[in-house]
Design a protein around this ligand. Structure first.
Ligand SMILES: NC(=O)c1ccc[n+]([C@@H]2O[C@H](COP(=O)([O-])OP(=O)(O)OC[C@H]3O[C@@H](n4cnc5c(N)ncnc54)[C@H](OP(=O)(O)O)[C@@H]3O)[C@@H](O)[C@H]2O)c1
Length: 468
């Protein structure tokens, strides 16, 4: 890395010129140019995009753009490769992974915001980084601008992690916050999120929990040294949540609904899931609205079970901030770039995590235990609630409470409409049963039996209730 008037020059090759890639260019070419901190001058030597002429900075920097990724990766002056590509199809991740591996082979370090490629091919990528002695940095992959990865790997280096959990998907949080705030339907809240730029035209990766799953995979690698494959984690999205769930949550449970990513250890097994969760109004996470992210970390030594008696408290560390957006994500990417450059280009191994690998094993989904919220919509006739409670009883699941609200005609009409239920809205009966501690396997089995009953109009919607 050359020095320019006492400022070390760091030369980047940039893969991607979408929202994030362009924000990186704004930082390097725009008004903030040269204001990256006293000791470093960031420079971009090549940018890969398939459509250079459509890009904002093409007019002023045409020679920097290329439609060949290899020209970026192989560029002799590029010290660090910044990968900010986004996939539409799974097989594209394979190509992106190969770009990263090529960079290592060429002796370069990589900084990425691409959580999908790391969640899918992380093991192969980290192995290659070790083999070639190059570093991979990925602060921008989780929590956008929130410095969670570095905090976990560096600040908590001597901590024994107990749990990490929180709101990691701004789109889901925006949609759920709007449903709570204004009583909007899921579809209306999603439409608004799309209009305001908080949700993609195709929002599936966010609303089905895939994006949160990828982030949780990375958080568990970093915090617990456990690399889970995609598909192993119990994953539920927000698409089944209805306005009526917020009514029950609020009026009966004094709670709201948040989409959370959770990894909880009992010392050996790690219970991981991504799901809507009923969160009490007085929990800090209940107050996080809009596209903001908030991630809790709890360790055993600083206040947990291994803490000194006098210091034993229920300490949690909380990281809050913008979970997405070009600006915050570019700041996180360039923070990693600066960190690598200051350490002389990253000759050491990649920071993979706090723990030695294989310290933990994932708990099977069916064994994950908790208290649960189950919302039913049935035909309104006598004996149904009793029949459902009996089925839970036979499955050795204890009922905690039965919640029933008297609904307005309008609420029932909206509910019937959203499920396309024919007949008079007055003939449908929504209600909620909350369950005492049970396993996911027990609940699935009981609901399989209940789902076959002729009175069930809609598959029951169920998810965990937060318990500290
Ligand atoms: N946006 C955020 O707030 C945010 C936050 C954290 C992390 N991330 C992650 O950062 C990455 C970039 O996000 P973004 O918001 O900038 O996405 P984006 O606006 O959709 O841009 C995606 C970039 O990837 C390129 N690309 C897409 N498919 C490609 C393919 N098949 N082959 C080659 N290039 C392809 C696009 O190329 P063209 O230029 O040719 O169209 C574009 O430059 C993603 O992995 C995303 O998950 C985003």
């Amino acid at each position: 890395m050359a020095k320019v008037r006492n400022r070390r020059r760091v030369k980047l090759g940039l893969l991607g010129s979408g929202t994030v890639g362009e924000a990186v260019q704004d930082f390097v070419f725009g008004e903030l140019k040269g204001k990256s901190g006293a000791d470093l001058a960031l420079e971009i030597v090549k940018i890969y995009t398939r459509q250079p002429k459509q890009k904002k900075w093409y007019a002023t920097h045409p020679s920097l753009f290329t439609t060949r990724a290899e020209e970026v990766i192989d560029h002799p002056e590029a010290d660090i490769i910044v990968e900010a590509l986004g996939f539409q199809r799974q097989r594209q991740l394979h190509t992106f992974k190969n770009y990263i591996l090529r960079a290592f082979k060429k002796g370069k370090c990589v900084v990425t915001s691409d959580k999908a490629v790391l969640a899918r091919f992380g093991k192969e990528i980290w192995t290659a980084a070790e083999k070639y002695g190059r570093e991979l940095r990925f602060e921008a992959c989780v929590g956008g601008g929130i410095p969670i990865i570095r905090s976990l790997t560096e600040s908590f280096a001597t901590e024994e992690p107990e749990s990490i959990y929180g709101i990691v998907n701004g789109t889901c949080n925006y949609v759920l916050s709007e449903m709570k705030r204004s009583g909007k339907s899921y579809q209306a809240a999603l439409r608004e999120a799309q209009e305001r730029g908080y949700a993609e035209t195709n929002p599936k990766a966010d609303t089905t929990g895939l994006d949160a799953e990828a982030k949780l995979i990375l958080l568990t690698v970093v915090a617990f040294g456990l690399h889970m494959e995609s598909g192993v984690i119990w994953r539920e999205g927000i698409e089944e949540i209805q306005a009526i769930d917020f009514l029950y949550a609020d009026r009966k449970g004094r709670c709201t609904i948040k989409h959370l990513a959770v990894a909880n250890s009992d010392g050996a097994a790690l219970a991981c899931f991504v799901s809507p969760v009923l969160v009490p109004h007085d929990h800090f996470l209940a107050t996080i609205d809009g596209p903001t992210n908030a991630i809790f970390f709890k360790g055993k030594r600083s206040g947990g079970e291994e803490a000194d008696e006098r210091e034993k408290r229920d300490w949690n560390y909380v990281f809050v901030g913008p979970g997405a957006g070009g600006g915050p994500t570019a700041v996180a990417l360039l923070g990693d770039v600066c960190e690598l450059a200051r350490r002389g280009g990253g000759r050491g191994p990649s920071p993979r995590g706090l723990r030695a690998r294989d310290h933990f094993s994932p708990q099977s989904v069916d064994q994950i235990a908790g208290c649960f919220y189950v919302r039913f919509i049935v035909k309104d006739r006598p004996g149904i609630v009793g029949d459902i409670c009996q089925t839970f009883g036979k499955a050795r699941i204890n009922i905690s409470e039965i919640w029933q609200l008297s609904h307005s005609e309008e609420e029932l009409r909206e509910l019937a409409k959203s499920y396309r239920l024919a007949g008079k809205p007055g003939r449908i009966l929504p209600f909620v049963i909350t369950l005492e501690r049970a396993t996911v396997g027990q609940i699935k089995n009981a609901l399989k039996i209940i789902g076959r009953k002729d009175y069930v109009l809609v598959d029951p919607v169920w998810f965990p209730i937060w318990r500290n």
